[in-house]
Design a protein around this ligand. Structure first.
Ligand code: HEM
Ligand code: SF4
Ligand code: SF4
Length: 527
């Protein structure tokens, strides 16, 4: 399974590299699928509210009101209708890609099951919205959908009388059906919004808005499409004839041809079985639990940085339970912790400068603690030779680090690059253990642990606590955010970095005058 997943991951990344080339890492739509889902949802809602003003419920009025929208008020309501349809189709595309991506990248098992599990009902809501939307148009496509859907529902045998017969005889069909459709078409999206909100409750700093440029470009494309190819109705429904549908929306109705071919109950079994399988997928097979983060109260001052930085809302602050004098303390919610270590990188007490005492930070991963990390890097640095000695810090989800090792390069694999406290970089450079530090991890904007590389960038830039002190010469820090298919680029950039640091004068502690910022740097950041 994991071998297959590695192949699938590399294949997915190769496709995404094409998007990366076209859009750059920050605007790569493949890294924004969840946020794009929210964006398309809002376009559908806004355009839908506008359409509702002009839409008339009734057997004949529904079709006629849509003809008015498309042909008379084409410049406003017509555009809204097209936006409504195309944004709904785009929603299906991004949601299906989002599902596939989370699966291939294994971001849905163990403590991360929740978003997957709550995503599954969203699929049903999304399709229910789309199908009722087409139904409301009451053209031949709607007639086909009405008949096929009600016949399928009838196979359950739970309705007193067959509901499909309503769509076989024009004398029986009542306007109440349209009122019901409108009700469903409005109620389901509202419920969907609630579940979308629940879906991201375990994602700290969830991305629900795509970057501005991507949003504007996407909306622009939908608008252009709406003008070039406006959404239109097909011929009006006529219950006296058997509908022959010409234009089919495969995004929402792909399963309908199967309804014609397979018995209704078989289709129910497929739908229910598929849903159940999807729901159970996070436990098929269950993920091996690693040791979760542990708080050491003697070293925790309740600053809350771990709470803000944990990508999975697994740390909270609570009232202090000891007499330390601090008002709050960090507590790890065991079942939410993915052992990514990002909280350790955020903790100001995780500093290797604490030479006298054992390095026990406020929060740590028991198996991969900071004391062991300090010992490992010091030992690895001592084994290096040459005038461009480099420690590479990387992440276990990124490119292969072993390949980078050599006489002057040692590679240290972390749970996530966000696990590295900036003080380690300071320590290794200013204590002259090495000439340079090189950081790598997942592609920017697509951290396996959601926020690790983003927090690292911000900590280095001084935009996020704990930040890297200004005394650390930035030219001695190299970075390459790279995926599993970027081994060659990574090696090339590391070699270029080594060449650059070879040309630097030797580092001297007093070489830099302290800046105003440095003077006010908090002493607790680096011990
Ligand atoms: C309307 C449909 C959906 C929308 C708008 C949506 C939106 C989102 C958003 C905004 C995130 C957070 C992204 C981030 O900040 O990292 C997310 C995460 C996620 N979603 Fe969805 N989603 C939808 C449907 C689904 C479906 C159908 C599935 C799968 C069955 C799914 C599975 C996941 C998973 C596994 C995560 C990531 C969890 C993690 O990183 O631990 N989503 N989604
Ligand atoms: S970052 Fe460290 S010191 Fe601050 S609350 Fe978390 S564990 Fe405590
Ligand atoms: S290791 Fe830390 S940052 Fe990662 S999920 Fe657990 S508590 Fe959150």
């Amino acid at each position: 399974m994991s071998g297959m997943r590695s192949v699938a991951k590399a294949a997915l990344e190769s496709v995404e590299n094409l998007f990366e080339r076209a859009f750059g890492p920050e605007l790569n739509p493949m890294h924004q699928l969840g946020a794009l889902g929210w964006f398309f949802y809002w376009i559908v809602i806004v355009s839908g509210v506008y359409l509702y003003i002009f839409f008339d419920t009734g057997i004949h009025q529904a079709y006629e009101s849509l003809e008015y929208i498309t042909n008379v008020q084409w410049y406003a309501a017509g555009v809204m209708r097209s936006l409504h349809r195309y944004a709904s189709d785009a929603l299906v595309i991004v949601v299906m890609l989002h599902l596939l991506r989370e699966f291939v990248l294994d971001r849905y098992r163990g403590a991360r099951w929740f978003s997957w599990f709550t995503g599954v009902p969203l699929l049903w809501f999304m399709f229910a919205c789309g199908i009722t939307g087409y139904w409301m148009v009451w053209d031949v496509l709607a007639q086909y959908i009405a008949l096929a859907t009600t016949e399928w529902l009838d196979t359950l045998g739970i309705f007193g009388e067959t509901i499909a017969r309503n769509f076989l005889n024009p004398d029986i069909l009542s306007g109440r059906f349209f009122t019901l459709m409108v009700f469903i078409h409005i109620a389901v999206p509202l419920f969907m919004l609630l579940v979308m909100w629940i879906h991201i409750q375990r994602q700290n700093h969830a991305r629900v808005n795509p970057p501005k440029k991507l949003a504007i470009g996407t909306l622009g494309m939908l608008l252009v499409l709406s003008f070039i190819k406006p959404a239109v109705s097909q011929a009006p429904a006529d219950l006296g004839t058997v509908p022959t549908v010409i234009n089919f929306d495969w995004f929402y109705l792909a399963a309908y041809p199967l309804l014609d071919k397979l018995p209704g109950l078989t289709m129910w079994a497929i739908a229910a079985g598929g849903t159940l399988l999807l729901l159970l997928l996070p436990w098929l097979p269950p993920r091996r639990r690693e040791q979760v983060a542990v708080v050491d109260l003697d070293n925790c001052n309740g600053c809350g940085r771990c709470v803000d930085d944990c990508p999975f809302t697994a740390v909270v602050l609570q009232k202090r339970t000891d007499d330390s004098g601090f008002s709050e303390e960090a507590v790890v919610k065991h079942d939410l912790c993915t052992s990514c270590g990002v909280c350790v990188g955020a903790c100001p007490t995780a500093t290797p400068f604490r030479r006298t005492s054992e390095l026990v930070p406020g929060i740590d991963l028991p198996d991969l603690g900071m004391q062991a990390l300090r010992d490992r890097v010091v030992e690895a640095a001592a084994g290096l030779a040459g005038d461009a000695r480099v420690i590479v810090f990387g992440c276990k989800n990124g490119p292969d680090l072993q390949r980078l090792e050599g006489p002057a390069v040692a590679a240290i694999e972390l749970q996530c690059i966000g696990m590295l406290p900036p003080s380690f970089i300071d320590f290794l450079i200013t204590r002259q253990h090495v000439e340079g530090i090189f950081l790598t991890g997942c592609i920017l904007g697509d951290c396996h642990n959601r926020l690790g590389n983003q927090w690292t960038e911000q900590r280095l830039a001084g935009a996020r606590d704990p930040y890297l002190r200004e005394r650390v010469p930035r030219e001695r820090i190299g970075k390459c955010w790279a995926g599993v298919t970027h081994n060659t680029r990574l090696a090339r950039e590391l070699a270029a970095f080594q060449e650059r640091i070879k040309g630097l004068p030797p580092y001297h502690r007093a070489a830099r005058a302290p800046s105003a910022r440095q003077a006010t740097e908090r002493s607790d950041t680096h011990g």
